[in-house]
Write a protein that binds this ligand. Sequence first.
Ligand code: FAD
Length: 500
Amino acid sequence: MAANTEKTFKFVVVGGGIAGVTCAEQLASQFPSADVALLTAAPLIKAVCNFKQVSKTLEEFDVEERPSSVLEEKYPNLRVIQSAVKALHAQQHTLQTVDGLEIHYEKLCICSGGRPKLLTQDNPYVLGIRDTDSAQEFQKRLSKAKRIVVVGNGGIALELVYEVEGCEVIWAVKDKAIGNTFFDAGAAQFLIPSLDTDKPERAVTCKRARYTIEGPAATQGLAVGGGGDRQGQRRGLEEPGSALGPDWHEGISLRGAEEVSHRVSVEYQSEVKQIYTHQDFLLSPLASQTPDTGSWPVYAQLTNGKTFGCDFIVSATGVVPNTEPFLHGNSFALAEDSGLKVDDHMMTSEPDIYAAGDVCTAGWEPSHLWQQMRLWTQARQMGWYAGRCMAADVLSETIELDFCFELFSHITKFFNYKVVLLGKFNGQGLGLNQELLVRCTKGHEYVKVVLSGGRMLGAVLIGETDLEETFENLILNQMDLTPYGEELLNPNIDIEDYFD
Ligand code: FAD
């Protein structure tokens, strides 16, 4: 093998998403004289900016897509190599990339993210949304669409059905209420009317900085912001870009071909049973059984017995960890969800290999107030903590599980409302051993508190409630709130003063 195809680094991180970039930055700054490599399949990396610690555990930040040179300029000891990993030899401590590079490492962190769990592979009428490329493909197809079927009930589906205008949306959710991953039927009830009202006007500005890769690079990777045949510009669709974040739809117009604002019909407790092309549908007995289905390129038959023709189907049914290139020939312990199982030091079961972000599954006994969810915030926290654990290992130092894993906390926006989720916000794992307090003002706020044995274990705050810090403290200090009863949510009591 020619010498320049073999490289050796002390630390290698795979993945240019939030987890990988945060981990690589942590290592490069802690070991300025060590060689650190960030290996990534996509030409742009994701960087955290405007980081704000809102409270002890709640954090907010923006994410920018940046060319990799920005990282290399900031950390002279950090090399960003754009080449997808195709194999890992864990015993030999080497990685092989699709470009024929062989990379040796002392310590490795895998942050290769996840892939959309598609209803079906290779059906041109079924789209998943994961990265900038797929979001732009969706936008292009939507601009000509009159009706789409959205399948899924997680964050992406929630945002999508709210953001899409000018196109009828049939939303198939497998649960009894929308947004089951994030909240209960009460919160869903609070949010549903937003689907029938016009969206507030918002300037189409782009919060996230975008870069266009032009010239030779464009033939190698994805040209963000560029036009043309996007799929043709990619080196291979099997090499994914980084996952999008909360503001993925900002700056792109999600408008269909019709002159309507929102037109969403929810099909509860239904999943897709079968997908038919136009021709297959006409030949099937369904065509005669359901005469009013119109003429569409694709048809989705749902488990509730209804069939809908549409322009295309969006499969927003979650992600599967992107572990494939790393497994062959190695013996990683995998979790039930197929993630790389990591211990409380973010270590996998293979020597000197760590993992962070969407690709991994927390295998430690978690705090009773925390659960893993494949979210931006957790990708950052895990990447940062994995970097610190790798450093501690090299320096033979001990390190405790970081405080951010004490309490689950997440801030986001759904249907244009601020949403804060704390602890066991949905009573996860509590069964009947829970009591709920709810305060709701239609169109204004929805506050739910989960109590067990008089102690607060979780909360859902929708709207500008200003309660997050106080509730976070009450959850963390596990004070017995029995004496306060329902007064806890009395809007006439300044709860912050109360507990100060
Ligand atoms: P990713 O960002 O997926 O990065 C993986 C990286 O690995 C990429 O750079 C990729 O190119 C690289 N890679 C993959 N395979 C290889 C390989 N073989 N070799 C080399 N490199 C490789 N989270 C929230 O908190 N709030 C939200 O509102 C929210 N909305 C979302 C909306 C959408 C549409 C999507 C798709 C996700 C959303 N998420 C949201 C989830 C969030 O984006 C992810 O949890 C997070 O970005 C995961 O970060 P990561 O670094 O683990 O993985």
